[in-house]
Ligand binder design. Structure first.
Ligand SMILES: [Zn+2]
Ligand SMILES: [Zn+2]
Length: 241
């Protein structure tokens, strides 16, 4: 929601680095120190989950993990490796009154999505939902804020409530892959099957961690007849080595 006081303050206060909040020359610009720490994810990467590769193995190559256990989604793409300033931006969006960070995140995500957002394919943006109890406490769903910014920047159709969370899940921070998968089992439901059927879905979230949430959402979207499910996040956890 546009707050008139906020707009006024934004106009008169100096621009700040979206990660560390030091004063910078222009809106949505990182300071030099944060910029240097941003780890943009670029090719070569796993064709499926988007994990960066050390060596180029061709555009269709998949990582060992995806070959062993193929994800339910067609692909996952992220703009940045999670950590440092990328984490600060996500935390700022989640906990602060900084909804404009969504605009900056969306811009980076458009680049990471590339042809997935081709208007000819009629991509449908679907944010990962929060349970209403969390939404009420937080005041906003960060995935929905980012999805709305993506719609404004690309004109892609947005289905804010196509997915719902049937119950609040315990905080998954610190849980491993199997525990996270169990945590989200049966949690998501498609509320509008007509809308997702035969469509290319772009599932939007701020960060991809183990992929358990993305998998659970992809499973129900596929069951509802989605033609393709791609996951698009601002950041993703990148395992070292
Ligand atoms: Zn900074
Ligand atoms: Zn992979």
């Amino acid at each position: 929601m546009a707050n008139p006081l906020r707009i006024l303050l934004d106009a008169v206060l100096p621009a700040r680095c979206p990660a560390c909040r030091v004063i910078v020359d222009g809106d949505d610009r990182f300071c030099a120190a944060c910029w240097q720490q941003l780890a943009f994810i670029t090719a070569p990467l796993c064709a499926r989950c988007g994990a960066p590769f050390e060596h180029d193995m061709g555009p269709a190559a998949e990582c060992a993990e995806c070959l062993a256990t193929p994800p339910r989604y067609d692909s996952a793409r992220a703009a940045l490796a999670y950590g440092g300033p990328a984490r600060d931006v996500i935390l700022g969006l989640k906990h602060g009154d900084r909804q404009h960070l969504a605009r900056l995140m969306a811009r980076a995500m458009v680049r990471a999505a590339g042809p997935l957002l081709d208007p000819a394919a009629r991509p449908l943006l679907v944010p990962v939902p929060l349970h209403w109890t969390r939404l009420w406490r937080r005041g906003a769903n960060q995935a929905a804020l980012v999805a709305a910014a993506l719609r404004r920047q690309t004109g892609a159709e947005l289905a804010l409530f196509a997915l719902a969370r049937t119950r609040a899940t315990p905080v998954s921070r610190g849980l491993g892959r199997a525990a996270r998968a169990k945590n989200v089992r049966g949690v998501f439901r498609v509320t509008d099957r007509e809308r997702v059927a035969r469509r290319r879905i772009l599932l939007i979230d701020d960060v991809l961690t183990t992929g358990a949430t993305a998998e659970a959402c992809a499973r129900v979207l596929r069951r509802a007849g989605a033609a393709e499910v791609h996951v698009l996040t601002f950041a993703r956890v990148v395992r070292q080595g």
